[in-house]
Design a protein around this ligand. Structure first.
Ligand code: TRP
Length: 329
């Protein structure tokens, strides 16, 4: 059994791309592995949220993941700031992280560009905190997107450095967890790559039916096929790709046949697609709205998660402190 860990950004809503990409895989693997999922609220402080936003963002993200099927009994689902062992390990790892290597991280260089007025030390040591998140449970596999691969490599480097420095074989070197063929890539509606890559091309789980219809009807199309059985251009294939995951297979074949016979009316396809997306997201949306209101449930989930996470974290930290040489008098 692998120990799989994933950190969840505490800002932004889940869209269909997230759902069919990572979240659905999380839901599946939580029953097959030792899974840790946490909301990275300490990391979010690098952009200075207001106290109100800080809390509400965590609440929203938690409700969306629970509504999507993360099971707090099966996985360990927690809020990063509920586990004080993480910042302690972060402090310890910081002593063996070098300014030069941190400055060379692409995520840091990006931040210097996007927030030049707020280049704080938390941004510089972001990969160290991320390594602490991972190493605190000695995770073996970490599902990360392309943009986080370098940070994961830093976690491996810090693990290796610690082992070498103290001549121990304590930390695992965590590697990227690849969903393989289970990773469904959902395109955006503007013909511009993946959903979520640019703003306004996404359908969110919390979008209401009216909004979904509006977004789908606005999706880019072309002038229509001119030859029988021609290959679909990207904007059209995108609509079919979304249809593949939300619609019944006979619906997909119906529109495929229409396309191949050059009889397709994109308006009909979009109307059907919008209704099928609504049918798919509506129950999730209702669960999100219910959970968000349910203080008692959220409190129970977060408490249970913190207890499970701290049990594992405390054990690691005790070992690490011993290895480093802290001794009781
Ligand atoms: N940096 C990750 C992101 O922006 C979130 C994250 C924080 C994370 N700590 C982590 C991901 C540990 C994996 C493991 O998406």
């Amino acid at each position: 059994m692998e120990t799989i860990l994933s950190g969840i950004r505490s800002t932004g809503n889940l869209h269909l791309g997230n759902y069919f990409g990572a979240v659905k895989n999380f839901v599946k693997m939580q029953h097959e592995n030792n899974c840790y999922f946490f909301i990275a609220d300490y990391h979010s402080l690098t952009t200075h949220p207001t106290p109100e936003d800080l809390h509400n963002n965590v609440r929203k993200v938690l409700a969306e993941y629970l509504a999507s099927g993360l099971d707090p009994e099966a996985a360990t689902l927690y809020v990063q700031s509920d586990v004080p062992e993480i910042p302690e390990l972060y402090l310890l790892l910081n002593m063996n992280s070098y300014i030069g290597e941190l400055e060379r991280t692409t995520t840091f260089k990006d931040k210097i560009r996007t927030q030049p007025d707020n280049v704080n030390a938390g941004l510089l040591t972001y990969p160290v905190l991320m390594a602490a998140d991972i190493l605190i449970h000695n995770a073996t596999k970490v599902p990360v997107g392309k943009d986080q691969e370098q940070n994961l490599e830093m976690a491996r480097k810090f693990a290796k450095r610690f082992n070498h420095m103290y001549q121990v074989d304590y930390f695992n070197e965590p590697v990227a967890y690849n969903f393989g063929e289970n990773l469904v890539k959902i395109p955006g509606l503007d013909g511009d790559g993946k959903m979520g890559k640019s703003t306004g091309n996404g359908i969110y789980l919390v979008d209401d039916p009216k909004n979904i219809r509006k977004k789908v009807m606005k999706a880019k199309t072309d002038a229509g096929p001119t030859e029988m059985n021609q290959t679909k251009p990207e904007v059209i294939q995108n609509l079919f790709t979304i249809m593949d995951v939300v619609s019944a297979s006979d619906t997909v074949s119906h529109f495929n046949d229409k396309y191949n016979g050059c009889e397709i009316r994109y308006g009909d396809l979009k109307k059907q697609l919008a209704e099928d997306i609504i049918a798919f997201t509506s129950p999730i949306r209702e669960r999100i709205l219910d959970i968000e209101k349910n203080d008692e449930y959220l409190r129970t989930v977060v408490k249970m998660g913190a207890e499970k996470a701290r049990a594992s974290a405390a054990k690691t930290l005790k070992d690490v402190r011993e290895i480093i040489g802290f001794k009781p008098f």
